[in-house]
Design a protein around this ligand. Structure first.
Ligand SMILES: Cc1cc2nc3c(=O)[nH]c(=O)nc-3n(C[C@H](O)[C@H](O)[C@H](O)COP(=O)(O)OP(=O)(O)OC[C@H]3O[C@@H](n4cnc5c(N)ncnc54)[C@H](O)[C@@H]3O)c2cc1C
Length: 400
């Protein structure tokens, strides 16, 4: 009987176990889990609601959602697309709802429904689950694979590694290339008291970038907090620039374009206001839609403009300073913070080590990888779990 070992009972491991057993009913599948319970992370995803997938309607290119691992994800989606994943969950009795922002959740709004569904399927299919059982090392030899556990060794003909963001040490004996793991999806500490004093302010339609790292850019909602900045635009930027920010020890300069417009467009608006019917009004009394009065006062201070001058008195230097502040307002990033304990790991087994067809190691037969252990990670919105489901399915359906 074929012995299959799955290392890690997370989203990818449990999903893969179910789909492998359905295709190989005569094999014996054992899932080894270091923790005392399977699927502990899934239970807390999406604040306990489990953002299980995404409609992808707001994603123009796959790379926007997957800063790393896009190629593997594209292959995996060809095996199990997000629509097919949703159909899978509905078939298994988990009804889903799509929010207006494209995020998909169980209708029950309960991550435990997802956990219980996978647990029940594993039990019904006769998959062996060994919890409290950490795999310390994986070796390959003429007899196949050997897993070293705290309590001895076990053999397997086929192995699927689904250990998530960490635990790459167990792969050491195989000499696979590992892209060093670094955190993704975090918020920024900002060394500017003026900005931090605006905590609680939400600004829609902001564009963020990093000075000297112009290729990283994100747009969306910005939330000002007592430590700096958070919200979707910040998390996206942290994901895009995860590796470079880690290399710089999270010291960088954040550029905020408060209006997501070009400097020229903003300058035209300022000049129009300074010359038009509002020319005699105070600069503090008129501000762009979407910016609060408190934020506007802060921005005027940043542009070294007094609040009691009139629009007509701005002068060409004042106009330039205001346009520049509104489109490239620079703040020092002094560190990173976790977002509600929610972060994913960028890095993992290098994409070049696996054949995308069955996510099988190029150098080791019948050794597969799925989920976050691969160098795949995404922005928030259900994309990370979707990658776990699709890569797990790919292993199960393509393993030969
Ligand atoms: C708080 C939080 C909320 C999140 N919310 C969402 C969300 O709503 N939507 C979304 O798409 N993504 C979300 N994510 C990300 C998502 O949870 C992960 O991307 C996803 O769980 C990855 O699945 P995985 O199976 O690859 O890894 P994991 O779920 O991390 O599972 C890996 C498993 O392997 C086990 N393991 C590790 N090493 C060993 C070893 N040596 N031996 C045995 N077992 C081992 C671990 O204990 C773990 O159970 C969230 C993450 C966090 C932290």
């Amino acid at each position: 009987m074929e012995q299959i070992a799955i290392i890690g009972a997370g989203a990818a491991g449990c999903f893969c176990a179910v789909e492998l057993k359905r295709r190989r009913p005569h094999s014996h599948i054992t899932v080894y889990e270091a923790a005392t319970k399977p699927l502990a992370k899934v239970a807390v995803t999406g604040g306990g609601r489990c953002n299980i997938s995404n409609s992808f309607e707001y994603i123009r290119q796959l790379g926007e959602a997957y800063p790393r691992g896009e190629r593997l994800v594209r292959h995996a989606f060809a095996q199990l697309s997000p629509e097919q994943t949703c159909a899978w969950w509905e078939r298994e009795g988990v009804r889903l709802v799509t929010q207006s922002d494209g995020c998909i959740f169980p209708e029950s709004q309960d991550a435990m429904q997802v956990v219980r569904t996978l647990e029940n399927l594993m039990r019904r299919l006769g998959i062996e689950l060994r919890t409290g059982c950490r795999v310390l090392e994986l070796n390959y030899g003429p007899q196949g694979y050997t897993l070293r556990l705290q309590q001895g060794e076990v053999r397997a003909d086929r192995v699927v590694v689904t250990t998530g963001g960490g635990a790459l040490g167990l792969l050491k004996p195989l000499g696979l290339e590992i892209v060093p793991p670094v955190p993704s999806l975090f918020t920024f500490r900002i060394g500017d008291e003026g900005l931090r004093s605006l905590m609680g302010t939400v600004v829609e339609g902001v564009t963020l970038s990093l000075a000297g790292m112009k290729k990283y850019r994100s747009a969306g909602t910005l939330l000002l907090t007592d430590w700096g900045v958070s919200g979707p635009a910040t998390l996206k930027l942290s994901s895009y620039a995860a590796r470079e920010l880690s290399e710089r020890d999270y010291k960088a300069t954040l550029l905020v374009n408060w209006l997501s417009s070009s400097e020229q467009q903003v300058r035209s608006w300022i000049e129009g206001t300074a010359r038009g019917g509002a020319a005699q009004k105070l600069v503090s009394s008129i501000h762009p839609d979407g910016l609060t009065s408190r934020l506007w006062s802060h921005l005027l201070r940043r542009a070294a403009l007094r609040e009691d001058i009139r629009w007509a008195e701005l002068g060409s230097k004042g106009i330039s300073r205001l346009a520049s502040t509104l489109t490239a307002d620079a703040y020092p990033i002094t560190g990173r913070c976790r977002f509600k304990e929610e972060f994913v790991t960028a890095g993992g087994v290098a994409a070049s080590e696996v054949n995308p067809k069955a996510l099988e190691a190029r150098r080791y037969p019948r050794l597969h990888f799925a989920g976050e252990v691969l160098d795949i990670d995404a922005i928030t919105g259900g994309f990370n779990l979707q990658a776990a489901w699709s890569t797990a399915w790919t292993v199960a359906s393509q393993a030969e």
